[in-house]
Design a binder for this molecule. Structure first.
Ligand code: GAR
Length: 194
């Protein structure tokens, strides 16, 4: 199962996936390429470290969504890597029908809450402000409804009294680093060979 990873940030989840692959813990999945919409994103530095092609793809003209010329560039780049599965690992843009249609049913996303709770931006801050005692992370299929596709796996994280944004983010990240590779491994084993 060929995976293409898309991310906008430091790439700690992409790194967890690559470490799982290296340790034999990613089932039949293999990372084929990494792309980012941010030229300085840490996720791009993983490519040379792990021997995987990685590249910036210009997302212009929009700031928070992938549409128009930028969407076409991403569809071309991702198609070129022939993915069976596209993994959004901290990709901070809303996908539109052009990209969703090109990889229909083959895109999954990681989100730092127990969806359907706290969709959208700053899910960790949302959980803290709501006074929740538990939050977590979710891996789900991507559909046109933002953070609304079918859930593939979740992990809960308790919120301690006096928890800060930083301390909770660290706990949620740790849970994500286990959940996302395990969901990918399971999906790769569920797919028929060839
Ligand atoms: C992760 O916490 C992921 O859940 C979140 O971005 C972070 C990326 O961290 N994604 C979203 O909020 C998507 N709406 P990373 O770059 O260290 O993997």
């Amino acid at each position: 199962m060929r995976i293409v990873m898309l991310g906008s940030g430091r790439g700690s989840n992409a790194e967890a996936i690559l470490n799982a692959q290296r340790a034999g813990g990613l089932g039949r999945a293999r990372v084929a390429a990494i792309f980012s919409d941010v030229p300085t994103a840490g996720i791009l530095a993983l490519g040379p470290r792990f021997g995987v092609p990685s590249a910036f793809v210009d997302p212009a003209p929009f700031r928070t969504k992938l549409e128009g010329d930028g969407e076409r560039r991403f569809v071309d780049a991702v198609s070129g890597a022939a993915p069976d599965l596209v993994v959004l690992a901290g990709f901070m843009r809303v996908l539109k029908p052009g990209f969703l249609g090109a990889f229909a049913g083959r895109i999954i996303n990681l989100h730092p809450s127990l969806l359907p709770l706290f969709p959208g931006l700053d899910a960790i801050g949302q959980a803290l402000r709501a006074g929740a005692s538990v939050t977590g992370c979710t891996v789900h299929y991507v559909t046109a409804e933002v953070d609304g596709g079918p859930v593939l796996g979740q992990a809960a994280v308790p919120i301690a009294p006096g928890e800060t944004h930083d301390s909770l983010a660290a706990k949620v990240h740790a849970a994500e680093h286990v959940l996302l590779p395990s969901v990918i491994a399971r999906m790769s084993e569920e797919r028929p060979p060839g």
